[in-house]
Ligand binder design. Structure first.
Ligand SMILES: Cc1ncc(COP(=O)(O)O)c(C=O)c1O
Length: 486
């Protein structure tokens, strides 16, 4: 009889479920040959008594090992160690060995070491750089709708391989929606559905740029757009941003000296400073684009959130599918996990980008696209938008009020007219030290290293935190700022 009691050790105080502890140890015993192929295992009741665990624990463990192929069952006989074992987890290489550049190497074209790794906030509370509150999304409605679509005849369309450009029905509805909400005069063939704005930025830049092309961005701009430009081999040229957005006179001076291929902008609320590109500058930018022949990449990531007045129509609405490529997404309107965005451009570009999209990720989530089409048609999306705007406005106002009353010695800011974050300038505050202090007290702030070095500023997101979280987080921020100052 196998010495179960002395071989298997179960830690009840640990965080790992007991059945997983048992599963891992049985795999180890089978891999090492101590539990040999063909050996009959005790029944679940017997083993649970030997190990003094619940019978369900052993049952779950056996189920897992059966699913993984370590065990087999013989009808009316019992459970046995399989003769054909799967590859053992314990033989897997460590990640560090796999990633060694000497072993695998990577092409020069895709040397992306300059892109930092994602580090999730480990604190209880987090003021991110400006994300929606995923708790507000109409999940029940989305799940009900998904279920009804999947159980209908539409299953054949949405649950199968389909057009890389995106679901035809969705693109038709989206074209009308963008015409009504943003004044874009377009048809479905001007739309490529992407996985969020980021994929749109990538496909547009990589579809247009050649190595050493010059791309103008604001000083500063959205870091992931910078990375995407760099990854294409193009060169970044920065132009100042003031309270009216990108300085178009400076851009004009640059155009007269250099051959500009593309200008990347976030005109509705400039990232990171949140200012809106003025109407006068929009017209001038469009004229420059025609005159000098550069493309404008308009990233309208947070068009939906405007609190003080009506949103300004996109540049693309003044230049239907001409020099402007327009990018939008439902990831901000619904939640970051809803990876449905779009590129709007002339049909020729859409055809070409969609070939690239086809080889990068085959196609998007056609089910979610159908759900969003339904949300547009039934008014569910608009109801959600209205609710989110109201809530985010209240959160913005609360955060702004607390900073003004309690922290005006340390933080200067301009009330953003929309978006999801306040661009906060810290006065005589060492941001890395502040970051450490608030982290110790359970709050994270999205401090971008480059932005904080250059401007001693950070985006403080207000949308994803509710009132209580704002009150608690702001208290931590205030206390830490005072402590650092004293
Ligand atoms: C300016 C800007 N553009 C694009 C994106 C990417 O958004 P998505 O989640 O739709 O890819 C973000 C995300 O924060 C952003 O801030």
């Amino acid at each position: 009889m196998f010495p179960w009691k002395s071989t298997i050790s179960i830690h009840r105080a640990g965080s790992k479920p007991l059945y997983l502890q048992l599963t891992e140890q049985l795999i180890q015993e089978i891999s090492s040959g101590r539990l040999a192929p063909g050996l009959k295992l005790p029944g679940t009741r017997v083993l649970s008594e030997i190990l003094n665990v619940n019978r369900k624990t052993v049952q779950n463990c056996y189920d897992e090992l059966l699913a993984q192929g370590w065990l087999i069952t013989k009808p009316s006989s019992g459970t046995y160690v399989s003769h054909t074992l799967p590859i053992s987890n314990f033989e897997k290489l460590e990640a560090s060995e796999i990633e060694s550049p000497n072993v695998v190497g990577h092409s020069q074209r895709f040397n992306l070491e300059f892109i930092p790794n994602y580090k999730p906030a480990k604190t209880r509370l987090s003021f991110d750089g400006g994300s929606p509150d995923s708790r507000l999304a109409p999940w029940k409605w989305i799940f009900r709708e998904s279920q009804s679509i999947l159980l209908s005849r539409k299953n054949k369309t949405v649950a199968n391989y389909n057009d890389a450009k995106g679901d035809v029905h969705f693109r038709e509805i989206l074209a009308k929606y963008l015409a009504e909400s943003r004044g874009l005069n377009i048809a479905k063939d001007n739309i490529l559905v992407t996985e969020g704005s980021q994929m749109g930025i990538y496909l547009s830049l990589h579809g247009i740029l050649n190595p050493n092309d010059i791309v103008v961005v604001g000083d500063s701009s959205y870091d992931a757009a910078d990375w995407t430009i760099q990854s294409s081999g193009a060169k970044i040229q920065r132009v100042t941003v003031d309270e009216n957005g990108l300085d178009i006179d400076k851009l004009e001076q640059l155009c007269s000296k250099k051959n500009i291929r593309l200008v990347y902008i976030t005109p509705h609320h400039h990232f990171p400073t949140t200012v809106t590109l003025s109407n006068e500058r929009r017209i001038k930018l469009l004229n420059l684009s025609s005159h000098y022949g550069f493309t404008i990449l308009e990233d309208d990531y947070d068009y939906d959130f405007h609190y003080s007045s009506n949103p300004i129509l996109p540049l693309a609405s003044l230049n239907p599918v001409g020099n402007v490529i327009y990018i939008g997404s439902f990831s901000k309107l619904l939640a970051a996990n809803v990876r449905v965005g779009y590129v709007v451009a002339n049909q020729h570009l859409i055809e070409s980008f969609s070939k690239h999209r086809r080889i990068v990720g085959r196609q998007g989530d056609h089910l979610m696209q159908h759900v969003i089409a339904e949300a547009i048609l039934t008014g569910e999306l608009n109801r959600h938008l209205k609710k989110s705007c109201q809530t985010y406005k209240q959160r913005r106002d609360l955060m702004a009020k607390i900073i003004t009353t309690d922290m005006s010695d340390f933080i200067k800011f301009r009330l953003p007219e929309g978006g999801m974050a306040i661009w906060a300038h810290f006065i005589d505050v060492n941001l890395p030290q502040l970051h450490e202090a608030i982290n110790r007290n359970g709050l994270n702030l999205d401090i971008d290293r480059d932005l904080s070095r250059k401007f001693n500023a950070a985006r403080i997101g207000f949308a994803s935190v509710n009132e209580n979280e704002i009150l608690e987080g702001m208290e931590i921020l205030k206390t830490s700022l005072k402590q650092l100052a004293s």
